[in-house]
Design a protein around this ligand. Structure first.
Ligand SMILES: Nc1ncnc2c1ncn2[C@@H]1O[C@H](COP(=O)(O)OS(=O)(=O)O)[C@@H](OP(=O)(O)O)[C@H]1O
Ligand SMILES: Nc1ncnc2c1ncn2[C@@H]1O[C@H](COP(=O)(O)OP(=O)(O)O)[C@@H](O)[C@H]1O
Length: 213
């Protein structure tokens, strides 16, 4: 019997089929690939391209996109630091469930605060002994490039003061200190989405996530 948060007198029910069985079934290892970066840095594009690349290799993945989840699961949250923290916490918990189901879960959220991202990392075990793992990908696209792209016109609105608390303009973004993969332009040129997804696929392959033995 346990007390967790505001839940008292609760019990953990163990199921017979565990995450190792599911990973064996799928011949892959469950994990949470967490993509962080500014709005317009290319997170969603990378997430979807990575999902497609994995699918073409017969690997099951699922994309949790911040913008999309705010249409449902997280529609009661805004962009205050507290709401962003709750947004990241919920997506971390959902990502953990997908990873537990044996999937390569790909989360793409701005997730501007280091402590919120680190809290998600801490939710998943450290990857030893076939356990689940959290891998952080930093889309280190400079603000000038994101603002120049301005695919949704939000930077223009933020600069005009019509959106308050916009990340990178009048709200903070804390770059990761401990990411597994950093993707940034070389000599001012961004790699293609397929090139970036290829880097992540290679990393997953090298670390043994694309098969189970
Ligand atoms: N104030 C403010 N700051 C940043 N972004 C804003 C804001 N208001 C709306 N948007 C839109 O919301 C998308 C980011 O949602 P996230 O859930 O990823 O944000 S966070 O992780 O909780 O910070 C973000 O999507 P992306 O551009 O895909 O990052 C924007 O479309
Ligand atoms: N690697 C890339 N090179 C050039 N443009 C890109 C790249 N990745 C994404 N884009 C473009 O940048 C814009 C923002 O991409 P998006 O994936 O929506 O970013 P985010 O999810 O971080 O807001 C889109 O117009 C997209 O086509």
């Amino acid at each position: 019997m346990a007390t967790v948060g505001n839940s008292t007198n609760i019990f953990w029910h163990q199921c017979a089929v565990g995450n190792v069985d599911k990973q064996k079934l799928l011949n892959q290892k469950g994990c949470l690939v967490w993509i962080t970066g500014l709005s317009g840095s290319g997170k969603s594009t990378l997430a979807c391209t990575l999902g497609r690349e994995l699918h073409s290799r017969g690997k099951l993945s699922y994309v949790l996109d911040g913008d999309n989840l705010r249409h449902g699961l997280n529609k009661n949250l805004g962009f205050s630091a507290e709401d962003r923290a709750e947004n990241i916490r919920r997506v971390g918990e959902v990502g953990k469930l997908f990873a537990d189901a044996g999937l390569i879960c790909i989360a793409s959220l701005i997730s501007p605060y280091r402590k919120d991202r680190d809290a998600c990392r801490a939710m998943l075990p450290d990857g030893t002994a076939n356990s689940l793992i959290y891998l952080q990908v930093f889309m280190n696209t400079p603000l000038e490039v994101c603002e120049e792209r301005d695919a949704k016109g939000l930077y223009k609105l933020a600069r005009a003061g019509k959106i308050k608390g916009f990340t990178g303009i009048d709200d903070p973004y804390e770059p990761p200190l401990n990411c597994e993969i950093e993707l940034k332009p070389v000599d001012g040129i961004c790699s293609t989405p397929i090139g970036m997804a290829g880097q992540v696929v290679s990393y997953l392959g090298e670390k043994g996530f694309l098969h189970y033995e």
